[in-house]
Design a protein around this ligand. Structure first.
Ligand code: MLT
Length: 278
């Protein structure tokens, strides 16, 4: 049940009503979920990371947030998050995004760099969609418009999780997918299809403390893509999360929490660089 979970909160920002969790006190960590997922992806990390203010929204069109019919772009998701931080009186944050949440994190960094104290990216790539992938997005859009989100859920669940994923991970993923409204799923597919190539941007991330993680059995994100991000970001640490497919926070929550805690502790080490300002 919902025991121990924060009570979801709601705010209208940037013209859309967002649902979010906001737990704890301290420097902020903003968690951004991926496609057809929602804030509950981060449930274990949000519960565990004492000493930090953990903010986990449902992106527009996902989970319990409002799902406008149109207007989904990476820039819009990023500006929603900046507006949410404004409303919550958070100036700077550690930014943590998984997969599509990683694409949003790159866009947030491009638009609101001064607000990011450190970056965590899981199971995402910097490259834009290939022509083949764009065509597969268009095919998915057509199927969802015709048959609703059920048309995708079984297929994607099989691709997202490692073969030996727990029953609990499977159930939680199914619940998140079931909550995804058609307009938001179509909008997210369009936004991912049309997103820019972030590869040239990576060089400008510079010395920002960065943690990159990928599930050991992720078949959605090529490991080479994450290694390429690591190679382009001098301050990045790259790690593989064992016993996990595309969704490590769900499939191996304790390991992800430990790695996040270690990274966050490092940000608080004595004499942090002036740029860090948590
Ligand atoms: C996600 O998990 O957010 C998606 O798999 C990302 C993608 O399809 O590119």
């Amino acid at each position: 049940m919902n025991q121990g979970m924060p009570v979801p909160k709601h705010l209208t920002v940037n013209g859309v009503r967002l649902t979010y969790d906001d737990l704890g006190e301290g420097p902020a960590v903003l968690f951004v979920h991926g496609f057809m997922l929602d804030r509950t992806l981060w449930r274990d990390q949000v519960r565990a990371l004492d000493g930090w203010r953990r903010i986990a929204p449902d992106l527009r069109g996902m989970g319990r947030s409002e799902a406008p019919e149109r207007g989904y772009r990476m820039s819009v998701y990023a500006d929603d998050l900046a507006a949410l931080l404004d409303a919550l009186d958070v100036e700077r944050t550690v930014l943590c995004g998984l997969s599509m949440g990683g694409y949003v994190a790159f866009e947030f960094l491009r638009r609101h760099r001064e607000r990011v104290a450190a970056l965590v990216v899981l199971d995402a790539r910097a490259e834009a969609d290939t022509a083949e992938r764009r065509s597969s997005r268009n095919d998915m859009i057509a199927r969802v418009r015709d048959g609703g989100t059920d048309a995708l859920t079984a297929e994607l669940a099989a691709k997202f999780l490692a073969e030996n994923a727990s029953a609990n991970a499977r159930r939680r993923l199914a619940d998140m997918m079931d909550r995804s409204p058609v307009a938001g799923v179509v909008g997210a597919l369009e936004a991912m299809r049309d997103r820019p190539d972030d590869t040239p941007f990576l060089g400008s991330i510079g010395e920002l403390p960065t943690l990159l993680l990928i599930g050991s059995d992720d078949t959605r994100t090529p490991r080479a893509s994450m290694r390429a991000i690591a190679d382009a970001v001098p301050a990045a640490t790259f790690g593989v999360v064992p016993r996990s497919g595309h969704l490590p926070p769900l499939e191996n929550p304790a390991e992800v929490t430990d790695r996040l805690r270690h990274f966050l502790d490092g940000l608080r080490a004595p004499e942090p660089s002036a740029d860090l300002r948590l």
